[in-house]
Design a protein around this ligand. Structure first.
Ligand code: ADP
Ligand code: MG
Ligand code: MG
Ligand code: MG
Ligand code: MG
Ligand code: MG
Length: 681
């Protein structure tokens, strides 16, 4: 969640006076970075994952699974043992990092050092994730477990869902009807962020998820668990005045979204233009992998008609005023802003010729003054637009101690805005005074319940990123279609029954098609010599070739069509090769030990089976668990007992104590019981 300063955060009325200052200096800071590093070349593939956990506290007597609010203590313990850890940690694993997250029940872990492009590193991801989980597990109480679970099913229900209990009436930052103040990380940044979003917006955030209507769900559904008549905070009337919709699950606080767990991946690129190409290449992949990893069908104790978290988080930090949302005419504010600051990206940014202007068909409000400054400084149109679009947002948390900064050596003001634009992809410039290069972060995936699955998705995306770069793949579809896919990706059962817009011919040129083809078939290049295979995943590739001479620019509408998940991942006959075959073609360019190859196959097989429907998404599996539970009354309600059994089952699956053959391959043997093991018999 960005850097945590010790300092005094300003309330919104004060913070907003510094908004232009933060933006102006943020751009100055970015321009310093640009001047120093725009020509930087040759950075190797370094990459890393971020895995988020919720710490569950089981009460076996009451049969309740609660959120343990001991984040501060747990992190303190994990950091004091960090010195000892060096001794405990196997030589081949660097000491992992644990970070706080928004929820006071959450942890984030990252590998101690980024992985490189070596195949051994690629295959160490799962054991690295396991090691991190076990380390956390080892330092929890005996009734606590760190679950990689996207949304806590009973967050915000009446009664006790945290350990210890707190009354939501004390929610002085969010003014929520459902979540107590203590749900939030106590570091000043988080309550301030929460309160300033509410203050800037002029009301509480309001999210309405359609409820899953079952046989006995009352129609219309008017939620009896909402304190419709509470009058503690001025916003308490909002629910009654229309913020809470009938037939929906109403959520009114940042914690419902930022309290979700996800799986993120960051890749360093060879240079800035490759970072831009990779960023663009992964944009259409965002919604596809959101649908394929969908893992969050239960909200505030009810089954929802959606399978994933995205719109909840987007709504949970939506600080736009009524004017910006287009509800009332613009008066005080500068822009009508179509999306929350947490949402899908709006602009492809590569300067390659395959990025045709027609693809950037989303409305794009941007700060003209900042745009002009960047253009005058020599930046190109697309990157200037990208940044000045992010910079239409106000800084939400300003610390009085750090308002004046040395713009040549700090990037704090830049990061203040950049890191509170939470989008599907993040283009990460190098921090000042560090050896780190230009990076791209892939942010749409939901976290999976086991490290085997999380590793599988990490491995798949890394290999896909290599295929994109080395085969010069062209995955562009109009960005408005990517947004349509984001909406479709969240629907119930989207992966198995939905369709998504996807590009048919993914080769930028015929030469890129033939290089992909030659690497999958008999690998003899045109000169007849045997092809030399790479020993590790490369990061730097020749620039995109110019179009073939007889290249005819097709109509944009003819370039894509609606495809099923199975077709996108596994291909569609001669029309479209499919992402997995492209990944396999890339693998064929590498020299890989047979046993490493087999391990990679296990990961790719999970992706294949999830996408062809022979294995369920976590969301579908969870939904099935709930609806087939003996306590379930076909009324959409996920009771305390169902939740307890569900989370127990998830923990048992992860440890390999319980089988879930419709979710995981039958030979999956689980993780945590044996930290060193690879997880397969
Ligand atoms: P944030 O929360 O800002 O997204 P984190 O620091 O939590 O970022 O995680 C970033 C990920 O990037 C980690 O997995 C880390 O290992 C990885 N990483 C670190 N250095 C590099 C690098 N130079 N290139 C790519 N990834 C890196
Ligand atoms: Mg995180
Ligand atoms: Mg992080
Ligand atoms: Mg983060
Ligand atoms: Mg961070
Ligand atoms: Mg991140």
């Amino acid at each position: 969640m960005g850097l945590l300063y010790l300092g005094t955060p300003l309330a919104w009325d004060e913070a907003k006076k510094h908004a232009d200052h933060v933006r102006d200096h943020g751009i100055t800071q970015f321009l310093h970075i640009w001047d120093r590093l725009k020509d930087r070349q040759g950075d190797e593939l370094l990459w890393g994952d971020e895995v988020e956990y919720m710490v569950i506290s089981f009460d076996d007597d009451e049969k309740n699974a609660k959120l343990s609010l001991r984040q501060t203590e747990i992190l303190a313990k994990l950091s004091t043992i960090v010195d000892d850890i060096s001794a405990e940690t196997p030589d081949d694993i660097s000491v992992p990092n644990f970070h706080p997250e928004y929820g006071r029940y959450m942890l984030e872990s990252t590998p101690g050092a980024p992985y490189t492009g070596s195949i051994t590193d690629l295959l160490s991801v799962e054991s690295n994730m396991r090691y991190r989980r076990n380390l956390a597990r080892k330092h929890l109480k005996s009734n606590e477990v760190p679950l990689t679970f996207t949304s806590f099913p009973r967050l915000g229900v009446p009664g006790q869902f945290t350990e210890p209990y707190y009354n939501p009436n004390d929610a002085i930052s969010s003014h929520s009807l459902f979540l107590p103040e203590e749900i939030t990380n106590p570091h000043a940044r988080f309550p301030t962020l929460t309160a300033n979003i509410r203050r800037r917006r002029g009301s509480k955030v309001a999210i309405n998820l359609p409820i899953f209507v079952d046989e006995n769900t009352p129609q219309p559904f008017i939620d009896p668990t909402i304190s419709w008549d509470r009058s503690i905070y001025p916003e308490d009337v909002e629910a009654k005045l229309g913020a809470a919709l009938p037939d929906h699950i109403y959520l009114d606080a940042m914690g419902f979204g930022m309290g979700c767990c996800c799986l993120q991946l960051t890749f360093q690129a060879c240079n800035v233009s490759d970072a831009r190409r990779l960023y663009d290449g992964l944009i259409p992949i965002g919604p596809i992998l959101l649908a394929l990893t969908a893992a969050s069908p239960v909200w505030r104790g009810y089954l929802a008609d959606v399978d994933s978290r995205w719109n909840v988080i987007a709504g949970s930090v939506d600080d736009r005023t009524k004017e910006e949302r287009g509800v009332v005419p613009l008066k005080e504010n500068k822009f009508i802003i179509p999306k929350s600051r947490y949402d899908s990206v709006d602009l492809y940014i590569s300067n390659d010729w395959i990025n045709r202007p027609e693809y950037n068909d989303n409305p794009l409000p941007y700060d003209q003054k900042l745009y002009d400054r960047m253009r005058d400084h020599g930046l190109d149109d697309l990157l200037s637009k990208h940044i000045s679009h992010l910079f239409i947002r106000d800084p939400l948390v300003v610390f009085s101690e750090t308002i004046d900064q040395d713009d040549a050596s700090s990037s704090d003001h830049f990061e203040n805005i950049q890191s509170t634009n939470w989008q599907t992809l993040r283009f990460k410039p190098p921090p000042p005074n560090s050896p780190i290069g230009w990076r791209v972060e892939f942010r749409s995936m939901e976290v999976q319940m086991t490290d085997f699955e999380n590793a599988a998705f990490a491995v798949f995306v890394v290999l896909l990123s290599r295929a994109i770069l080395s085969f010069h793949l062209n995955l562009y579809v109009p960005i408005s279609k990517v947004d349509e896919n984001m909406a479709r990706a969240q629907k119930r059962d989207a992966s198995a029954s939905g369709k998504f817009y996807f590009r048919k011919d993914v080769y930028a040129t015929r030469s890129s098609a033939s290089s992909a083809a030659s690497s999958s078939g008999a690998s003899t290049p045109s000169d007849g010599s045997p092809r030399k295979k790479d020993r590790k995943m490369r990061n730097c590739f020749p620039p995109l070739p110019l179009p073939d001479r007889d290249f005819v620019v097709p109509k944009v509408e003819d370039e894509y069509e609606e495809m099923t998940m199975n077709e996108i991942i596994n291909g569609k006959g001669a029309d479209f090769s499919g992402l997995l075959p492209l990944v396999n073609a890339y693998l064929a360019t590498l020299e890989i030990e047979p046993e490493h190859r087999r391990k990679i196959e296990q990961y790719l097989d999970l992706i294949k089976r999830r996408s062809d429907g022979t294995l369920l998404t976590p969301a579908t599996w969870i939904r099935k668990f709930v609806t087939s539970h003996s306590e379930y009354k076909k009324d959409s309600i996920v009771s305390q007992g169902i939740n307890y059994d569900l989370l127990k089952a998830v923990d048992e699956i992860e440890r390999g104590v319980r089988q879930a053959p419709d979710l995981l391959p039958v030979d999956f043997t689980g993780g945590s019981k044996d930290p060193g093991s690879i997880g397969f018999s």
